[in-house]
Design a protein around this ligand. Structure first.
Ligand SMILES: Cc1cc2nc3c(=O)[nH]c(=O)nc-3n(C[C@H](O)[C@H](O)[C@H](O)COP(=O)(O)OP(=O)(O)OC[C@H]3O[C@@H](n4cnc5c(N)ncnc54)[C@H](O)[C@@H]3O)c2cc1C
Length: 435
């Protein structure tokens, strides 16, 4: 008979979060099974790109996978890719994928038989048993959901053959002709990646990119940067007072330093905020938070700026009203924000870059668990309710000691749990609990 202690931890999702958790567990002597549907472990959407133009949006010096060794990635680059080892630089994401796989390989070698990778789609979770699409059942002592960002909510135009609902799908952008015009829904980091890819492929068309506020990611600067010390007024009290205090600090330093000052405290501030404060943040501040917090490399920003200056890219605030198929293209009617007017963009393609559509009640893996009350949904609709320990919270408010959530699906608990500097901290905390 298998004893509970001998059972592995089951990790659903083998992107950065799942694979690096497995590595930390192995280093602590705990076996795990990583269930990953794609062909490669450790990459996820972010690091599976092979295009050099797709760059990290966090400085090399801060991208180490280990909470107690943040310079680890830079040291790895110095040995393997010295041309990219500038600590202040923003390396190609494919190199980060290679780094993760190399770390995983090293841990597998030094701690043999503690990480088992099962390629397959997890389709059901019963107790601590996970069922795969082919019917295989795997029993563990705990389940960790590390499934990353869900795909976007299907946009209204997804039926059209000229709509690209998932720009990350293999070959999705290759359909776009050199002189085709495009309309992009969403003006965030995915939009940036799409234009980097198109630009590198020699695309010469024109584009409109739309979002509710028309805000695009701001740029990092090379050289001087330092987290600004934040006064109490920027950390407590009502949000408008905090914003005023933060602006005052930015006026005498740089707004990037202010955002970096918030970075290490974000999860604590989020935890301390009540539902009303969180709701106000989401309603009024979130679009500005996102574009200032998730910045792009300066030379990546230059590519986007050049497209704008050449009159080939208009980033606008507006809403799509209708999309009609015309001969060899689509007519998109949209309302510019704050007007009753209409504009028409005649394009060959519409690309959905609206980002992940977190909705555990519609995800086939989590929906039955939500319906049964084992999982519950955050009152603001951000995703699953998760305790600061990472344990999932059921409908009756109790924490489940055998069900953990890691990475983007846990954002309702931590808000910022997307980028490596936040994830490696969560991984460390979870590894300590599970081992
Ligand atoms: C385009 C892009 C660029 C980014 N750039 C940066 C950056 O420069 N720096 C930074 O710090 N962060 C960056 N991020 C944030 C990024 O999300 C994290 O760094 C990290 O990759 C998240 O890892 P994850 O494992 O939590 O999620 P993911 O990487 O999404 O991995 C989840 C994995 O789970 C698998 N999966 C999902 N459901 C199932 C299932 N039911 N069964 C089996 N497998 C399943 C998926 O196939 C996937 O491989 C970027 C994100 C994106 C999308």
């Amino acid at each position: 008979m298998t004893t509970t202690r001998a059972l592995p931890v089951l990790i659903i999702g083998g992107g950065f979060s799942g694979s690096m958790l497995a590595a930390r567990l192995a280093e602590k002597g705990q076996a795990s099974v990583v269930i990953e549907r794609s062909e490669q472990l450790g990459l996820g959407v972010a690091y599976s790109t092979q295009e050099d133009v797709h760059r990290l949006n966090v400085r090399t010096a801060n991208m180490g996978a280990l909470a107690d060794k943040v310079g680890d990635f830079q040291q790895w680059l110095e040995v393997h890719h010295p041309d990219h080892a500038d600590p202040e630089g923003f390396a190609p994401r494919r190199l980060y994928g290679a780094y993760i796989q190399s770390r995983l390989g090293a841990v597998e070698k030094s701690h043999p038989d503690l990480i088992r990778w099962v390629q397959g789609q997890a389709t059901a979770i019963n107790g601590t048993t996970v069922t795969l699409a082919d019917g295989t059942k795997i029993e563990g002592r705990a389940v960790v959901l590390a499934s990353g960002n869900p795909p976007p909510r299907t946009s209204r135009d997804s039926d059209s053959a000229r709509s690209i609902p998932d720009p990350w799908a293999k070959g999705a952008l290759e359909q776009i002709g050199r002189s085709d015009d495009v309309l992009v829904l969403g003006t965030g980091l995915t939009m940036v990646d799409v234009f980097l890819s198109l630009n590198a492929a020699g695309w010469e068309g024109k584009a409109v990119a739309l979002s509710r506020r028309g805000l695009a990611p701001r740029a990092h600067i090379y050289g001087r940067h330092q987290a600004a010390p934040l006064p109490d007024a920027a950390l407590t009290g009502c949000l408008s007072r905090r914003v005023k205090a933060a602006r005052a600090v930015a006026a005498s330093s740089d707004w990037r330093d202010v955002m970096d000052g918030y970075r290490s405290r974000t999860a604590t501030l989020w935890e301390a905020a009540d539902t009303d404060t969180r709701a106000r943040f989401l309603r009024h501040l979130r679009p500005w938070w996102d574009v200032h917090r998730h910045r792009i490399a300066p030379d990546v920003a230059a590519v986007i700026d050049q497209l704008g200056e050449a009159g080939r890219l208009e980033i606008a605030a507006g809403r799509v009203k209708s999309i009609t198929e015309i001969d060899r293209g689509l007519d998109v009617v949209w309302n510019p924000r704050g007007t009753h007017g209409e504009r028409i963009a005649s394009v060959q393609w519409v690309i959905d870059c609206t980002g992940p559509g977190h909705d555990p009640a519609r995800d086939p893996l989590t929906a039955p668990l939500v319906a049964a009350g084992r999982l519950s949904i955050d009152p603001l609709g951000l995703g699953l309710q998760v305790a600061p320990s990472g344990q999932a919270i059921g409908k009756n408010g109790t924490e489940d000691p055998t069900f953990f959530v890691l990475g983007p699906p846990a954002r309702a608990a931590f808000w910022e749990t997307i980028a490596v500097p936040d994830l490696r901290q969560r991984i460390e905390e979870l590894a300590q609990q599970l081992a």
